[in-house]
Write a new protein. Sequence first.
Length: 302
Amino acid sequence: MQIKKRRLDILTFTVVSNDVNRRVTRFRIPKFAITIFILLPLISLSTLVYYLFFYMNAYEVHRDRVNNLNSQLENLRQEKEQMGTLLRALELENGITAKQLEQLLELEEQVRTYLEELPSFIESQGGEHIPYNDDYENYIENAVQQSSILIERYKALLKTVDAVSQEIKYIPTAWPTEPDLITSNFGMRKDPFTYSNSFHGGVDIRGNYGTPIYAAADGIVTMAQYNGNYGKTIIIRHSDTYETLYGHLASYKVKPGDRVKKGDIIGTMGSSGRSTGPHLHYEIINNGEPIDPLPFLQLFKE
């Protein structure tokens, strides 16, 4: 059997010179080569456009992430400064108190020594009817003077402790509920409903329906009502600086205008509003902006 070979389609190009003595030149080029020659730049251009588009999208995503991280870092920096100021103030007060307490104990020991030595001093002077001389007068005068110093420093110590206690009462450092199990932290997270990244302005603390909710510091209740996605919400103003917000409650135990103290029961835990289950959404608001509550909650936690 004879097999016929398929002839490739060929394009022939003829080059004719004006010189009659020169031979006519012919070029034969397969049509598929022409097709490849035309398609190759188009494919290259399409590939370039695709990768440019891909990298531009990747750049946009990367830029958004960098901006997000920068925003989070700035928030952390501000919170660190705020907590640093608070801790320095507390350390200063605690340092002064500790030093004064140490001095107080030393003075108490000195006075105790004077009182213990006084009977021996009297006996050495001849019993109850001792002569009133300079040594006796100086000893008694020194004891009275040391006692006066003790009393004054004791008053200063009490004043310092009272000042620190008054300041701490209005700073939200108490846990707002028990148990103290945080299930969602402050900052960027995946939204439990949309599964997209979103900012979470507080912490979520898990618990059961009806678990008591406590005031994190002394203050005045400014809100006790249904508040959109937060559901039943309580807001307490503690000072010109701090407010706290308690969301997704089941019930209120306070009303606007009530004065509360740190540790007072203000409501009960629930799942009202945009919630997936019983928990407390807790925020600390500093000068109108939410900040991370965790450093405050851990400040005095043993």
